[in-house]
Write a protein that binds this ligand. Structure first.
Ligand code: CU
Length: 67
């Protein structure tokens, strides 16, 4: 299942890498790619991951999922 979400707060390659690693730690997620310019994160997972899960994984960071 491919999902596209937008994440606020991504400003550089380091941010992109950090968010990628966070999302890759979510159970069932197979691959993550981050487009720095559009702040679009493409997530490939075994099943749809809900927004609350992404919110939880980004909690305490400077990043947040855009509604
Ligand atoms: Cu950064």
């Amino acid at each position: 299942m491919k999902q596209e979400i937008f994440v606020e707060g991504i400003k550089c390659e380091g941010c992109a890498k950090g968010v990628k690693e966070k999302f890759e730690s979510v159970k069932g997620v197979e691959s993550v790619s981050v487009d720095l310019k559009s702040k679009k994160v493409t997530v490939n997972a075994q099943s749809i991951v809900d927004k609350a899960t992404f919110d939880a994984v980004l909690e305490g960071t400077k990043y947040s999922v855009v509604e």
